[in-house]
Design a binder for this molecule. Structure first.
Ligand code: HEM
Ligand code: HEM
Length: 230
């Protein structure tokens, strides 16, 4: 008989689905082109704020959201690949998932960071483009254009891995990222501890998110355009 265990606090879940929506929004809007590129910028700013929030949450969040609970380790990831599958997924990111989480966060940070200095050679300049030379802006635009493939590949791999866990192992990871609870099989050993997800934690997350958004606002305003082109 499986039992429910809170694994992902509400802020982590909202972070996840907002990030996914903004990444899709950024890719779709830039492909529509024209005035939609303004939305590409806005989605990019939102992604920057979300990434900053996730860094804060990696230290201030609940048990399984903390970086300390899923340290990046190639050795552990390889051991995880060789390990026999457990009947129920242990709570939190497994060592292989951890590497993919860090890779996605890093690739998205590079993507959004280079976007701030990018230009499309016609009418759209990232808000900080004027802070660097034209040659540097062109180089960062090239990184932006190449790294998009890294972002897209990592996201596809991520979704593929989630599907693999569902189909080959029976792990319902998506349900946990939606409702917050994982299904734990008590037969797997001592029951793991639940994550905190109370009102005080959620208020802490809101304060952190507002601070991160303000920081991004200040950053994109550095280029001189009022409000960073919002
Ligand atoms: C652009 C799209 C997406 C991006 C950028 C993305 C990114 C991420 C990130 C950064 C995490 C780590 C969460 C954290 O610890 O803060 C994560 C976890 C997760 N994502 Fe996504 N995601 C995307 C789409 C999806 C989709 C479409 C699904 C559902 C099919 C999904 C299901 C999950 C699940 C289940 C986890 C938790 C994995 C685990 O238990 O270790 N993601 N995702
Ligand atoms: C993670 C967030 C982002 C993603 C996934 C993303 C993705 C993309 C993609 C797919 C393109 C199209 C490249 C092409 O078709 O040639 C592009 C172009 C561009 N992006 Fe982003 N971007 C992001 C963030 C940003 C941000 C924050 C800014 C600036 C505020 C920005 C500014 C630009 C500019 C100026 C271009 C035009 C470059 C060109 O096509 O010549 N991007 N981006």
């Amino acid at each position: 008989m499986q039992r429910r265990l809170r694994v992902w606090d509400l802020p982590t879940r909202l972070f996840h689905w907002s990030l996914a929506a903004c990444v899709v929004g950024a890719v779709v809007s830039v492909n529509i082109g024209g005035n939609a590129v303004g939305w590409h910028f806005r989605f990019g700013y939102a992604i920057l704020a979300l990434l900053l929030f996730r860094v804060v949450w990696g230290f201030a969040g609940s048990r399984y959201a903390r970086f300390a609970s899923f340290p990046p380790s190639l050795g552990a990831a390889l051991r995880h690949l060789r390990a026999p599958s457990a009947a129920s997924a242990p709570p939190g990111h497994n060592p292989l998932g951890a590497l993919s989480v860090y890779a996605m966060l890093l690739a998205l940070a590079v993507q959004a960071g280079t976007g701030l200095f990018a230009n499309d050679a016609i009418m759209w300049d990232g808000p900080l483009k004027n802070l660097v030379s034209n040659a540097a802006s062109d180089a960062l635009t090239r990184v932006h254009k190449i790294n998009r493939f890294v972002v897209i590949a990592l996201v596809l791999l991520h979704i593929g891995a989630i599907a693999f866990h569902r189909l080959a192992r029976g792990h319902r990871l998506v349900g946990a990222m939606v409702r917050g609870d994982a299904l734990i099989d008590p037969a797997d050993g001592a029951p793991p501890e639940a994550a905190r997800d109370d009102a005080a934690l959620r208020v802490r997350a809101l304060v952190a998110l507002v601070a991160c958004a303000a920081l991004v606002w200040a950053l994109v305003s550095l280029g001189g355009k009022t409000g960073g082109g919002f």
